[in-house]
Design a protein around this ligand. Sequence first.
Ligand code: ADP
Ligand code: MG
Length: 436
Amino acid sequence: MNTIIELKHVNFWYDRGKPTEMQALHDINLQIGQGEYVAFFGPSGSGKTTLLYLLSGTEMSQEGEVMVNGKDISKLSKREMAIYRQIGVGMVFQQFNLIPNLTILENVGLPMAFLGVGEDKRIKEAKLLLERLNLSALAKRFPYELSGGQQQRVGIARALANNAPIIVADEPIGNLDSTNANNVLDFLKELCEKDGKTVVMVTHEAWSLRDAKKIFYLKDGVVEKVETNHAKPATQILAEQLYKQTAPKRAQESKERAVASTLANVLFRGFSAEENMRFSDFLTQRLTGQVDQVQFLELLYKPFREGGGGLWKKRALETSRYVEGIIQEHMDVEGICLELEKNPTAPLLHEIGSLMEWLLDRNKIRLDQLQESRFRQVTTEVLRNAIKLEAFKEALYLPKSKLGVGLSHRTTERIYEKFKLALGNFELEPLSPEKA
Ligand code: ADP
Ligand code: MG
């Protein structure tokens, strides 16, 4: 499992250097895996909240390292830290911390407003979140008009607003009756299992530890004990449910030829076998760099009897544009894969985001927040070589209720074909009889 948070020899003092100095944390060392649900458990005053503040960048570590995705967040610049707090972690509080004179919808949209997300999009996303937490009917109300359980659900919706990969919750059930407390715990578990979020919950009530896969016992600012519930982490269960095969490694030399052949099959369906072979040959030349973009285009529309592809100019241009897009994306994908190999937890938000955008036809295929988060997860897993493309495809097609992205068959096929080409990582399809 990939480590997402790691603390090394962390010490923390309140009022350091003053007469009231008080050391709240002593030499904390701990690791939290990506997609894990962990708990900090201990009596009041044991340092749980302080620890959470360090993870979320609310307080800066004074000694030791607080590594998130392999980066020491106490070394971030002010600006980077602000961004980390906005999109890196979502926080849920015991006292809910809703803004009293904003409506529920506005409260949930607030983190997006801080990020500069436009009003229309903000409202749209906030509505989706309210829907997910069963709060749609309360969108126009103010916090004081809601029960504690409802307010905490708003608090959770707000924590999800910027789609942060880490959710921290400080005694989230401390002010709730047992029914509402159970609902909140169920939802935190769901966030971990279905959305792949890393969840860190603080509690002093033992019964509420039921879903935590790892429990850090705190006392007087020291981690006294770590208990691991050996059930597999949620992302692993998800991965196993969806993906059963292991990725075979293909020989590098024949890669371009394989890409070319598949590409030819995709682009030139309905052409004769002879034509197809010729296109395949041109594509190989282009992919191996024997011809450049312009020469490739010329090959495509040169008359067939003169050894060209004989395409109409418009069709040749479209084909060329498509192929150049794939070449470009293929290079980018290689870069991302290399980076992920070196550093498995590298976030690469921007790069993966632009790959996703390309796969989604410049966002012509619209996803809601849940779909997007699952789509991001499976895309990243493919790039990490954690799952096979077949499994990626299956995940896209699976309904949302079954932990999939819930895309149509056609859209799934389209995205799958594109990703396959960009990766250049696939087997040669056997030629069908009429083409052979
Ligand atoms: P917990 O969340 O487990 O109850 P905290 O992290 O809030 O514990 O507190 C750990 C210790 O640090 C306690 O002894 C508490 O009194 C002290 N402490 C917490 N916040 C402050 C603060 N702002 N100034 C001084 N001491 C603090
Ligand atoms: Mg506390």
